[in-house]
Design a protein. Structure first.
Length: 112
């Protein structure tokens, strides 16, 4: 790829799975998808990892960096933002945590 030439899209070696909404999984499978997702991220919650991910994505699309570097930067951003897919349904996890708290309180009251 020529340096400075931005291709319309470059597929990632492996997609990055993120959690969106109430437990829905979304896969980011290309640099264009990554860039679009990052540009839609709320300004108020953009931080250092966001900036690194966006700059790395743009550099990879321009051929100045390998797509894998952009993927790693995006994954770091996703972990830092708490949106990396863990395979756990957040709705079920919250429900289970609530049940455990209720049982702990109930059992604590019974033992006194």
């Amino acid at each position: 790829m020529k340096e400075g030439f931005v291709r319309s899209d470059i597929e990632l070696r492996a997609p990055v799975a993120i959690a969106v909404g109430a437990g829905f999984r979304r896969e980011i499978a290309s640099l264009a998808q990554m860039q679009n997702f990052l540009k839609e991220w709320p300004r108020a919650t953009r931080g250092q990892l966001y900036g690194v991910a966006l700059r790395t994505c743009e550099a990879a699309r321009a051929g100045r960096m390998e797509p894998d570097a952009a993927r790693r930067a995006f994954l770091s951003f996703a972990v830092g933002a708490g949106i990396a897919w863990t395979g756990v349904d957040p709705v079920a996890a919250l429900r289970d945590a609530r049940i455990r708290r209720v049982r702990t309180r109930r059992d604590g009251l019974v033992q006194h």
